[in-house]
Structure formats: structure tokens, C-alpha cells
Design a protein around this ligand. Structure first.
Ligand code: G4P
Length: 524
């Protein structure tokens, strides 16, 4: 393989994740993207969701069945000469650290909004994560076949609540029962919506301009007049789309559609592969590492007990540079140990497929006999280390202990492995006598934790909520911390304090100026 073959593979890679509030249509869009990419042949095969209403118990059984949205970490397909990797962000109601970690492996993100609901709480949180990483974000406004908010208001909402400029690349013609399709503002074409035949698309119709009388025939006089007015407003009030500003994370291109009827997804995909960036350089302690450099990859996600058939642990590696080959010798840079990457695979539903070759942007699963941690690097060079791997701040804290004391060993193992995956964070009281405290961003994480401890480790838990609401890591290793009851340690043994409120935190900080509280959680 020559360097130019490697560049070719890098340039055609697009690795992205979807961020959305639950129910906005992430699963549906994923299915449709896979359908266009030829990775599946029938919509509905991503998760068996027939009749599912996304209740907690559905999610639990999905978790039990380990459907694709949970087992896999990236779905890949080819489209228009590009190799697309769609990273899977867990679709449950509560945000978890797992999602955050997954976003560290993406080069861009697709934000899916429900046209009636606009920007919702979870969208904001996930958006902020992408923003911090500086990755470009595309927007798909979904469910246009249902009554929607005014598209100008939606754009304004995106701009106001997310502080990013929103530039439409397509524009909806009507909504709900009056939805006729979208006008492609770049290509001056109308993509017509076909309500009758679910899932079938009609070829786009090119028009000379938005004033073309042919449009009246296509969408009706009233809709045409409205479209003309809208386009005039867009052209007058919205700056044209600037690809550079998009790549810098300052502008989001906006597409409208209806994923359930396949409408607008293919057009989005064809623009996405052209607009979205290929793999970016990796930030390391020694500066930026180009994707063209010799092989390096980093672990962004761990998962234990992927399926009942394979009760082992998998480390997901994002290739950051160079060409990956199965069986290659690399250095595990944290320990300096040499490793042979012989058991690498991709995952699709319950099946594993060995992977022989992969390129920057690709994700491979490595069987992990306890060697890997999040943020670990494997490389042909022994000097590559990540700058840090961010973690999230928990907001809920429960004390946990096994119901049956003879299960202590399994309890410890489960606790450590699930914390490693990011299901919860663990805090150990320093006196060793009290129960560990687990921290989560959302309550559902506790239920998932309890369920998995039981299913996978055979441990029944007693969980009790605590009054703690705020956590702060401490700078340095302050003396005499043992005098504080709320002093705990994280899983790396670093000093942490828990508080019942931000008032409690402020009070403690005033009383003890010798303690320095870090504003952000410590990196992993
Ligand atoms: P999520 O992964 O973001 O949680 O959303 P998901 O795709 O599961 O979609 C949530 C609900 O919205 C589903 O309905 C889905 O069918 C519906 N939906 C998705 N895209 C569209 C769209 O473009 N138009 C309309 N009208 N509906 C859409 P559900 O009743 O919860 O599930 P199901 O029984 O239909 O599968």
C-alpha cells in the first residue's frame, strides 16, 4: 500500500454520530441511512421495535436482547465512493457517559430535531459536547409529514439556544397534511413528497429557479407563492452557506424531511458525504498526529458481556492514523507492553466478522482480556499518548451494596467493569467501611446498572439514594482530608468531595480556603 492509497482511504472516510432527544427519530434515520448504504435490506431490522413505545421496560428488554443499538459501536456502509462509519450513541432516555465517550471518536455529528418540538433538553446537552470538541454539526429537521413549527422559527431556535448559525440547504414546502416536499436551495430542484407509497421516492424535478411556473404545477399555486416568499426571505436575511464556517463549527447546514417515509434522507446523505470532514488529526501530548502517520488507535469505549454467546470484554478502537492490519505488532503505550492485535472484529447485530484491514476513522473491536482502559493508545510508536479523555459530572448519587454478602467478589468485579464502561462512576469512601457510592448523570443509569449487575454478574443489589447532588474533584493531594465525611476517592484513587447542594459546596470552599476544587471533572 502506498502513501497515496492511504490518503485516498482517509479522504473517503466519514465518521459521525447522531445526536438527538429521544423520539426525534434517530433510530428511524439510522435505519434509512443503512438502507441507502445497502447495509440492511429492510427497514425495521436495526432494532425489533414493532409496537415498542420506548418505555423503560422496552428499553430493558432491548438491553437484554442486546439489539444492534446496544451491541454495536459503529455501522459502516459505502455511499457514493465514500466509506461512512456511523457511531452508535445509546438511544435511551438518560444521557450517559458512554454517549459522551462515543462522541470523542466522531469527526462530525448529525443533530436530528423533531419538527414539532424543535430543540429539546437532551439535544442541547449533546450539542454542547460536540461544541466542546469543535466538531462540525449538520441538522436534519425530521417529521415534516406531521404538523411542524414554522421553519424560520425553528432556525431561530437553533441559533438562539445553541449559539450556532443555521443555514438551510433545503426548504420545506408545507407541513403535516400539506407537506409537498422540499426545495433544494443549492441545486434548485424540488424533491416531491410521495405520501401514498410509503418509502418510495420520486426522482427530483429540476426547475430553472423558484420563480419557474412549473413549480405551480408541481406543488400548487398557494404553496408555490409561499415558497417564493420564503426563498426571498432566506436570500435576503440568511448568509449563504459557507463550508469553511461549517467545518469550524460556526454554522450548521439544515435539511428538512421525514425519515419514516424515507423522505429527504437520501438527499441528506448525498450532501453529507460531500460536506462532512474526513478524519482529523489526533490531539496527543506531543501535538497533532496526522491520520497519514504510521498506525495509531485509541480506545474510546469498553463493553463487557456483549452477548450471551460471547461473554468477554471488547475494547473499541478508533483508528487515528495509518493502516491497521490484523495480527500487527503494536505498543500499548500506557504500559509500554507489546501487543499483537490478532483478535479484531467488527460487529453487526449478534454477528462478529473478523476484520483484516482498517483505516483512520474506522472502528474495530478488540477482545479485551482486561488490558485496555478508556483513553489507552496502541501505536507502532511507543510515545503516543492522548491529551486526556474527558468525563462527565454525575448529578445523582446512590450507595450500593450486595444483598448477599457472599457475593462481594462478583459485586466488586461488576462494579469495576460497568464503571469502566461508563455505565456509572464509582466513588469509594476512604475509610473502607462504608458502601461505595455510584454517580450517574441520569436516574435511568442506576436502573441499567442494577439490571446488568443482576443479569451479568448474578448480584442482587441494595441501592439507597443519598443526599449528595454535587461532586468536585480536588487539585493536588490535600492533607488531612479524612476529617471530611464527604471525602471519597474516584476509581483512580483521586480525591473527590460530595456535597448536598451548591450552597454546601460554596460554604465548604469558604470555610476551607486550603482546598482547591476543580471546575471540571478529572479526565480519565
Ligand atoms: P429515537 O430513536 O430518536 O428515539 O426515535 P425513533 O426513530 O424511534 O422514532 C420515534 C417515533 O417517531 C417512532 O414512533 C417513529 O416511528 C416516529 N417517527 C420517526 N420519524 C418520523 C417521521 O419522519 N414522521 C413521523 N410521522 N414519525 C416519525 P413510535 O410510535 O414511537 O414507534 P413505532 O411504533 O412507529 O416504531
Amino acid at each position: 500500500m502506498t502513501q497515496s492509497d492511504l490518503s485516498h482511504e482517509i479522504n473517503r472516510r466519514r465518521t459521525f454520530a447522531i445526536i438527538s432527544h429521544p423520539d426525534a427519530g434517530k433510530t428511524t434515520i439510522t435505519e434509512k441511512l443503512l438502507l441507502y448504504g445497502g447495509a440492511i435490506h429492510e427497514a425495521g431490522s436495526v432494532t425489533a421495535r414493532e409496537g415498542s413505545s420506548h418505555t423503560k421496560s422496552d428499553w430493558m428488554s432491548m438491553e437484554q436482547q442486546r439489539g444492534i443499538s446496544i451491541t454495536s459501536s459503529a455501522l459502516s456502509f459505502e455511499f457514493d465512493g465514500h466509506h461512512v462509519n456511523l457511531l452508535d450513541t445509546p438511544g435511551h432516555q438518560d444521557f450517559s457517559e458512554d454517549t459522551y465517550r462515543t462522541l470523542t471518536a466522531a469527526d462530525s455529528a448529525l443533530m436530528v430535531l423533531d419538527a414539532a418540538r424543535g430543540v429539546q433538553a437532551q439535544t442541547e446537552k449533546l450539542f454542547a459536547v460536540c461544541r466542546n470538541r469543535g466538531i462540525p454539526i449538520l441538522t436534519f429537521v425530521n417529521k415534516m409529514d406531521r404538523p411542524a413549527q414554522d421553519p424560520f422559527e425553528l432556525l431561530e431556535q437553533v441559533e438562539k439556544s445553541l449559539a450556532i448559525r443555521a443555514v438551510p440547504l433545503t426548504w420545506p414546502i408545507g407541513d403535516g397534511p400539506d407537506f409537498r416536499g422540499v426545495y433544494d436551495l443549492e441545486g434548485k430542484r424540488v424533491l416531491l413528497f410521495e405520501r401514498v407509497v410509503r418509502g418510495r421516492t420520486r426522482a427530483p424535478v429540476s426547475v430553472a429557479s423558484v420563480d419557474d411556473p412549473a413549480l405551480t404545477e408541481l406543488v400548487g399555486a398557494e404553496q408555490h407563492a409561499k415558497l417564493r416568499q420564503d426563498v426571498e426571505l432566506i436570500e435576503g436575511a440568511i448568509e449563504p452557506f459557507d463550508p469553511e464556517a461549517f467545518l469550524a463549527g460556526e454554522v450548521t447546514p439544515v435539511f428538512f424531511g421525514s425519515a419514516i417515509t424515507n423522505f429527504g434522507v437520501e438527499h441528506f446523505l448525498s450532501r453529507f458525504v460531500k460536506l462532512a470532514p474526513c478524519p482529523a488529526p489526533l490531539h496527543t501530548t506531543k501535538g497533532e498526529l496526522s491520520p497519514e502517520a504510521p498506525f495509531t488507535g485509541f480506545v474510546f469505549k469498553l463493553q463487557a458481556n456483549m452477548s450471551k454467546h460471547h461473554r468477554d470484554r471488547t475494547a473499541f478502537l478508533r483508528i487515528a492514523s495509518g493502516r491497521f492490519e490484523r495480527g500487527m505488532e503494536v505498543v500499548h503505550t500506557r504500559t509500554g507492553r507489546e501487543l499483537r492485535l490478532s483478535r479484531a472484529h467488527t460487529l453487526f447485530a449478534q454477528d462478529r466478522e473478523s476484520i483484516d484491514v482498517a483505516y483512520p476513522g474506522d472502528i474495530v473491536g478488540l477482545v479485551n482480556p482486561g488490558v485496555f482502559r478508556i483513553g489507552d493508545v496502541v501505536s507502532v510508536s511507543k510515545d503516543v499518548h492522548l491529551e486526556g479523555f474527558p468525563r462527565f459530572t454525575p448529578e445523582h448519587f446512590n450507595a450500593v451494596t450486595p444483598r448477599d454478602v457472599s457475593k462481594r467478589k462478583a459485586f466488586r468485579k461488576g462494579l469495576e467493569q460497568l464503571a469502566e464502561e461508563g455505565v456509572v462512576q464509582i466513588f469509594y469512601p476512604t475509610d473502607g467501611a462504608r458502601d461505595p457510592i455510584i454517580g450517574a448523570v441520569g436516574q435511568l443509569q442506576f436502573e441499567v446498572f442494577e439490571h446488568r449487575m443482576n443479569e451479568e454478574y448474578g448480584v442482587d443489589l441494595i441501592m439507597s439514594s443519598t443526599n449528595y447532588k454535587v461532586v468536585r474533584w480536588l487539585a493536588g493531594e490535600p492533607d488531612n482530608l479524612a476529617r471530611f465525611a464527604k471525602h471519597v476517592e474516584d476509581d483512580a484513587g483521586r480525591p473527590v468531595m460530595l456535597f448536598t447542594s451548591s450552597w454546601d459546596l460554596d460554604y465548604t470552599a469558604k470555610q476551607h480556603p486550603e482546598l482547591e476544587f476543580l471546575p471540571q471533572p478529572r479526565d480519565l
